[in-house]
Write a protein that binds this ligand. Structure first.
Ligand code: AMP
Length: 217
């Protein structure tokens, strides 16, 4: 199995944007496994999985572990390329399932952003309705052409779960259910690197350095 890097952060703290910026300057060195994007694609196709996930996603809750573990572990096991997991694991049970399946991350990167900034950023976030790429309404990571995705020309929209009430609920879920999963990796001996994601330039450089280091491990 190739290198696996787990990127941990609060929802809306900038994982997608950070990964997008890395790819824009380094090319496609990693496949990106975004569970949120996988689930949104299933909902669009109205599959059984998509229908099951819908109510959880709308209310900012996590989709049950059994459903998520089945799809993600299978997909990680068949990966031929280095992978970044964006939004997995999000619970202690998911982190344990990953290790139990013999999928051991090279490193874990924790992007740090205070809650109040996450709430502010969600107001400015827009995403591609086709490929899921994230942008901002402000100049921080604006698309080249307003309302249009730089990567695939898809239409940019607001996410239904980026309203303030749902963002606060998602933050609560992060603190209660996701943050403790970091400890599972720590106890296993996986190195955890913190990156301050409020400082764009420094975060870009550090994130790049860590991903390149993971590839050479
Ligand atoms: P994201 O796009 O990563 O913010 O994820 C959007 C939503 O998808 C989350 O609020 C959850 O409802 C669901 N989701 C994404 N990843 C997971 C996961 N690892 N476990 C459970 N639910 C997830």
């Amino acid at each position: 199995m190739e290198s696996i890097v787990v990127v941990f952060s609060k929802p809306g703290a900038g994982k997608g944007t950070r990964i997008g910026k890395f790819e824009a300057s380094n090319g496609h060195l990693f496949d990106v496994l975004s569970v949120g994007d996988m689930l949104r694609a299933e909902r669009k196709k109205q599959t059984e999985l998509g229908k099951k996930a819908e109510s959880y996603m709308k209310s900012g809750q996590l989709v049950p572990d059994e459903i998520i573990n089945e799809i993600v572990i299978n997909s990680l096991k068949t990966e031929k390329n280095p992978v970044i997991t964006d939004g997995y694991p999000r619970t202690v049970a998911q982190a344990e399932a990953m290790l139990d399946a013999g999928i051991i991350p090279e490193i874990v990167i924790e992007l740090e952003v205070p809650d109040n900034i996450v709430i502010e950023r969600a107001k400015d976030r827009i995403v591609c309705s086709e490929c899921g790429a994230s942008y901002t309404l402000n100049e921080y990571h604006a698309p080249k052409k307003a309302g249009i995705c730089d990567k695939c020309s898809g239409k940019l929209i607001k996410r239904e779960d980026d309203n303030e009430e749902t963002v606060k609920e998602r933050l609560k879920v992060y603190h209660e259910e996701t943050y403790p999963a970091l400890k599972v990796f720590k106890n296993y001996g996986v190195e955890i690197y913190k990156v301050d994601n409020t400082k764009d330039q420094e975060a870009t450089e550090r994130f790049e350095e860590l991903l390149i280091m993971a590839l050479s491990k």
